[in-house]
Write a protein that binds this ligand. Structure first.
Ligand SMILES: [Zn+2]
Length: 81
């Protein structure tokens, strides 16, 4: 059964779901696991890529809005003349 894990900070066996380590008192906020540390390193890179993706999405959205307005104007002008 895998309902406990070894604290990477102090090596104490910690029950899965525990709020904090019984050995050293580390918890999610103080960063007790290697995963947390790696997440911190990964975050800026993935965030940058994410924001780039967002910018791309925003630009294409703006472009489609622009095209939509242009088509609407053409439609209105076609109606008038
Ligand atoms: Zn610990």
């Amino acid at each position: 059964m895998n309902n406990s894990f070894i604290c990477p900070n102090c090596g104490t066996e910690v029950r899965v779901g525990s709020a904090s380590c019984t050995g050293c008192g580390s918890d999610d906020n103080t960063g007790w696991s290697d995963d947390t540390i790696y997440d911190g390193i990964d975050l800026p890179e993935s965030y940058e890529e994410h924001s780039k993706f967002q910018d791309k999405k925003k630009n294409s959205h703006l472009f489609s809005v622009f095209v939509g307005i242009l088509l609407l104007l053409l439609f209105i002008f076609g109606f008038l003349f």
